[in-house]
Design a protein around this ligand. Structure first.
Ligand SMILES: C[S@@+](CC[C@H](N)C(=O)[O-])C[C@H]1O[C@@H](n2cnc3c(N)ncnc32)[C@H](O)[C@@H]1O
Length: 256
């Protein structure tokens, strides 16, 4: 056991935010959330994080180690922010696969990447992070940004991503985590559980999806538990960086 957030669950059940749902049901519920938020996803991301998500992603992009001509995979890549950054890093001789389980998020990503004129070295594939369809030892770097907390079987996803890494390749997991200062918790809770759903209701006409997003952040393993999951998946030299006082953490692990 690497965390205690499975309390009250059986082998056939899991959590969807604070709700206990069947394992079979969760992916569909997550899909519905992202179908609903896709058209306003980027606007809401900017509003909700007050633009901070760009800085968190920029920090993660600084850790990819990618060089021109290399291959990268963006898992649960949504509207393609990480893909866009990695596309610049690998250049015209390299390639980035933008993948997501949700066709609406990928369609939104495709439009944005075309608008930004950076589609040349990008391939898009609709896949589940738990069962990546790529050959083993394929990628120099794999990223999953704000995606893992939505995945039902996180150990399976981590193993699948590790398998797809080349020896020497690295996995970057950027995700909400646990603030290191308990003093900010009341303010953070107020923001997450009152203001976020309210913003979601006003801007995207969908308070429920944003309530789920806040709850899913709290249900995600904290920094140390996440490190345990990385080690259990066979990633080596794993470490993490706290960003914005642990509101977000970047975990990095290698395949040797
Ligand atoms: C919060 S968005 C993050 C998008 C993007 N990576 C970013 O940082 O802006 C989460 C994404 O995870 C995707 N997702 C959820 N479950 C997934 C799964 N099992 N496999 C692949 N993608 C999944 C959703 O469709 C959604 O696009």
């Amino acid at each position: 056991m690497v965390n205690d957030k499975s309390a009250g669950q059986s082998a056939d059940s899991t959590h969807f935010g604070y709700e206990t749902v069947s394992v079979a049901e969760k992916a569909g519920r997550v899909r519905d959330v992202f179908e609903s938020v896709a058209p306003k996803y980027d606007l809401m991301n900017n509003l909700m994080s007050m633009g901070m998500h760009r800085l968190w992603k920029r920090f993660a992009l600084g850790q990819t180690g990618l060089r021109p001509g290399q291959l990268a995979l963006d898992v649960a890549g949504g509207t393609g922010d990480m893909t866009a950054g990695m596309s610049r890093q690998v250049g015209p001789k390299g390639c980035v696969f933008l993948t997501d389980i949700n066709a609406s998020m990928l369609a939104q990503g495709r439009r944005r990447l075309i608008d930004r004129g950076i589609i040349g070295n990008i391939a898009m594939v609709q896949v589940n992070a738990e069962k990546l369809p790529f050959k083993d030892d394929s990628f120099h770097c794999i990223t999953i940004a704000f995606g893992l907390r939505n995945v039902t079987d996180k150990p399976a996803a981590l193993k699948s991503m590790r398998a797809a890494l080349k020896p020497g390749g690295r996995l970057l997991v950027l995700e909400f985590s646990k603030p290191v200062m308990d003093a900010i918790t009341p303010l953070y809770d107020l923001y997450s559980f009152k203001i976020l759903p309210m913003l979601g209701g006003i801007v995207a006409d969908d308070a429920d999806s944003y309530r789920y997003l806040a709850e899913s952040i709290r249900m995600h393993p904290d920094q140390e538990a996440m490190l345990g999951l990385m080690n259990e998946a066979g990633l080596e030299d794993s470490r993490y960086h706290n960003l914005s006082g642990g509101i977000v953490a970047l975990h990095i692990g290698y395949k040797y």
